[in-house]
Design a protein. Structure first.
Length: 158
């Protein structure tokens, strides 16, 4: 697959993200993604930066497809903030349309698991989630699915 193939109907990507390569195995599909924007904005001061400090690969789970787990390998770049007074000298490009900072799963997988949890009152969702190849790592006192429900942001009824 060439870098020109930015997205697919099975893996909708935000603008600026491209599929670099796909490794299909029997139980999972690993999709390597990259960002093609030349600049990123500092999350503190908002200053755009082109100066790349480095990069790393971030691994995130996505919704399963065709009975196989989908693993996204995101090539994420670190940028240098050019503002002398900014407290954050080095920052990582944000991919918030796809995955939140520090999250281990995509926004759509997180939303699907929250929906499953709300529909099944949490406990049943905890038992059904492994069928989606989703395994929670949580303390025994609070299940992962239930924890996601507590952390979800619900609008207050007025």
């Amino acid at each position: 697959m060439s870098q020109a193939d930015a997205s697919s109907p099975f893996l909708p990507l935000p603008d600026g993200m491209v599929i670099v390569s796909i490794d299909a195995e029997t139980s999972r599909v690993v999709v390597h993604l990259g960002c093609c924007f030349s600049i990123a904005h500092c999350p503190l001061c908002g200053q755009p930066s082109e100066r790349i400090h480095g990069n790393y690969v971030r691994t995130v789970a996505d919704l399963p497809c065709g009975g196989r787990r989908i693993i996204l390998k995101l090539s994420v770049r670190k940028f240098v903030c050019g503002t002398a007074t900014c407290l954050r000298q080095i920052f990582t490009e944000r991919l918030s349309e796809l995955v939140q900072s520090y999250a281990r799963m995509t926004n759509r997988l997180s939303e699907a698991l929250q929906t499953l949890g709300f529909a099944t009152c949490g406990e049943l969702g905890e038992r059904l989630a492994p069928n989606w190849e989703c395994r929670f790592q949580a303390p025994r006192s609070c299940g992962g699915c239930a924890r996601m429900l507590v952390q979800s942001h619900l609008p207050y009824a007025s």
